[in-house]
Ligand binder design. Structure first.
Ligand code: PLP
Length: 412
């Protein structure tokens, strides 16, 4: 074997990130490879949420808007996310969902390029990004969407002096392929367009540098362990902050919200992108997780992520995965990969279900992708070994053929 199970255990004993596994509450007997979809629960989260409920809400009630920092939570939480994406304090606002933030950012960005009427989008992106761009174009009127992606033109060919904005994901949600953010940003800006990055599958998976990008959005419930429906975030480059307008101009983004003026005036900086009352309980859960992330060395995360994803691919090669119908969909070169490994398999859905019954949790994405996310803070080499051998067994013995694995659940 590439590595024996014992050799994997040796690597785990020497892993500089090994202590972080104890920060997470993981079900026993399960190898959880869906940290790219819903990150695991930090052990400290229940207590933090209970404190917010019982003390901040239960005892101090509305005073907590001041005393517990509730009012400033979108900004203070954003400041803690900033270093994870290579941004500085004052450049990131936490709140809403990624979908809503895409709408806010796209509608704020387009007026910065008057006369340019094309939005470049990627048909291979997570569909909500494209759906929201459609809605934004319809709401603003007179915008056209130009799709890049496997079935469309390349980004180079799509760019032109009519393009106002380009929205792309850094890491592809199906294949885990990572774009070169700096190079793409440079290309887009050289064409006179604005660059908007979606970092959903990047933050917490690898070090990210927003660099010269104009805007970015991302979620916190995947690799960042903020919990289901945790507040998302948006980044606005300082050069644009006082020039852009939030079309969802609610009172939380007002310059003087407690003056209750008759008309909207935007707050300075990124705060103008706030809209309405923030879900404080969700911010409490997210902030518990960010306590952990504040102590993490992202270069160590990247090194371990590359080791785990490469190990998984190598083990499956050796276990005969390709002969069993697995076609690697992720880049083999780790430099071009996020923290996810995907395969295509004609029976991907029942394969994932059969694997889950053996304690290995991955997921399935249409049309035939089997996805495995590798969250370096709580996964071990030995988990990768066990997952690869279980997957090879499911395929070799055709355990997926059991008819109970064919029936689709609501959430795949
Ligand atoms: C996960 C993900 C989303 C999720 O959007 P929500 O508004 O949080 O549901 C959006 N875009 C991409 C690229 C994603 O990976």
């Amino acid at each position: 074997m590439v590595l024996s199970r014992a050799e994997c255990q040796d690597l785990d004993a020497k892993d500089p990130l090994r202590e972080f596994r104890d920060e997470f509450s993981l079900p026993t007997g399960v190898v959880y490879l869906l940290g790219n979809s819903l990150g695991a629960l930090p052990r400290r989260t229940p207590e933090r949420v209970a404190h917010t409920v019982e003390t901040e809400w239960g005892v101090h009630l509305g005073a907590s808007w001041n005393t517990a920092g509730w009012w400033d939570m979108p900004q203070s939480t954003g400041d803690r996310i900033a270093p994870l994406i290579g941004a500085r304090p004052g450049e990131v606002l936490a709140g809403d969902s990624t979908s809503v933030n895409i709408f806010k950012v796209v509608t704020a960005a387009l007026p910065l390029r008057p006369g340019r009427r094309v939005i470049v989008s990627d048909l291979d992106n997570f569909p909500t990004d494209r759906y929201v761009v459609e809605g934004a174009a319809r709401a603003l009127g007179a915008y056209e969407i130009r799709d890049v992606g496997e079935a469309g033109p390349s980004l180079e060919d799509a760019l032109g002096d009519d393009v106002a904005l380009v929205l792309l994901s850094h890491v592809d949600y199906r294949t885990g392929a990572a774009r070169d953010m700096a190079a793409v940003t440079e290309l887009v800006r050289a064409a006179g367009a604005l660059m908007v990055w979606d970092l959903c599958h990047s933050a917490g998976a690898l070090p990210v540098r927003v660099g010269e990008a104009d805007f970015a959005v991302g979620c916190t419930y995947k690799y960042l362990n903020g919990g289901p429906g945790a507040p998302a975030y948006l980044y606005v480059a300082p050069r644009h902050q006082d020039a852009v307008q939030n079309v969802l101009s609610g009172w939380h983004g007002h310059a003087a919200p407690f003056d209750f003026e008759s008309h909207y005036r935007p707050a300075p900086g990124v705060r103008r992108f706030a809209t309405g009352s923030p879900p404080i309980l969700s911010y409490a859960a997210l902030n518990a997780s960010l306590d952990i992330w504040g102590r993490v060395d992202l270069d160590e995360v990247r090194a371990k992520s590359v080791a785990l994803t490469s190990l998984f691919i190598d083990l499956l090669d050796e276990l005969g995965g390709p002969g069993l119908g697995l076609v690697l969909a992720s880049p083999r070169d780790p430099e071009r990969r996020g923290s996810q490994v995907s395969y295509r398999h004609p029976h991907g859905y029942p394969v994932v279900r059969a694997l889950a019954d053996r304690g290995v949790v991955g997921d399935y994405r249409e049309p035939d992708f089997v996805r495995f996310g590798f969250a370096p803070l709580y996964l071990r080499h030995v988990d990768v070994y066990d997952a690869a051998t279980a997957l090879a067994e499911v395929l070799r013995e055709e355990l997926w053929r059991d008819e109970r694995y064919a029936r689709r659940l609501t959430v795949t």
